[in-house]
Design a binder for this molecule. Sequence first.
Ligand code: ACO
Length: 363
Amino acid sequence: MMTIGLDDVIAAETVLSDVDGLQGRLVMRGRSLDDLAGHAGYEAVMALLFDGFFERAPASWQAALGAARREVFEHLSFADPALVAQEPIDAMRALTARIADGDGPATALRLVAAPAVFTAGLVRLRKGLRPIPPDASLGHAADILRMAGLPAEPLQARALDTYLVTVADHGLNASTFASRVVASTRAGLVSSVLAAISALKGPLHGGAPGPVLDMLDAIERADHARAWLEAALDRGDRLMGFGHRVYRVRDPRADALKSALGPLLQDGRADRERAALAQAIEAAALDTLRRRKPGRTLETNVEFYTALLLDALGFQRDTFTCVFAMGRVAGWIAHAREQASTGRLIRPQSRYVGPPVGEAQER
Ligand code: ACO
């Protein structure tokens, strides 16, 4: 039997994460998202995901990641003007492709460092500014903000850290599956991560949060929301930040990120008016989707609050997908290692529905 989109097909066994779409629960290696987001740092979650997948783990993953940031920073010197002019996700991917392929912890750490260092450096280069070298002594989140030239006080660093943890892994999503398919051929971690970045950038996956902000800008006022949303659905558009293949209830990551946004709002670092507008639009969208798509449960997904949080931290909207990659890269690597060490070559079949031999028309 064929399932378009592979819904409900079990294509791997994993110890890494479990997405319960009916209960709205995410578990990473036996720890619930509630237990991790806002409580564990990104490096600790990366170490949790990597545990057992590398023979020679570093004594301190935090120190090793800091050193890896410094190492990959050198690659920014390859960022010629044509590359800098590309979309940040494409330029970041091109620079990541310059890292030598391999399967060991050193390659893994360079790959975790890569989206962070390259995106921050590319943002600076696009503004005609010099990239800021990494500070290996800082935590990953704090250093990302500092390298990007954004406010990097503990309040902001904690919020970004919570974001990176929240998105670190999420079952067999499209980018993680892409990483595992490549790993199943034993191609190496860099190849897996490049495939994953390519899958992530699409608007149905990690490319959604930029368009969420575009939607808030276009709606402008809460009393415009319903008419705007109805018109979008009339055109056949999808409302960005809503719906999910697996969740039939609210995405738990949306609430983890909403909580992370709270302190920034209280402290006056985030725009309260924009947050109020967003909440009004979220409510109107959920109501509109319930009426217009009665057969389908469409709830808020992670990307809606990603957009608000990353905007409040000062990231430009064309870099949001890159920031997603900064967090998800740990999951991609762990899944690639798991696939290479325990899985088989992934090679499904297709059903031929083309013309029979002899009936094909000459072109
Ligand atoms: N807005 C409007 N309608 C929607 C939306 C939406 N956001 N999501 C699904 N639908 C509708 C579809 O149009 C379809 O309706 P139809 O049967 O009348 O044609 C029905 O719901 C089912 O759609 P599917 O394509 O089967 O849903 P699928 O499970 O493939 O889609 C997806 C999941 C891609 C996330 C979808 O909900 C979507 O496009 N959302 C908007 C983009 C987005 O927010 N992406 C980020 C997802 S989270 C992440 O990847 C990290």
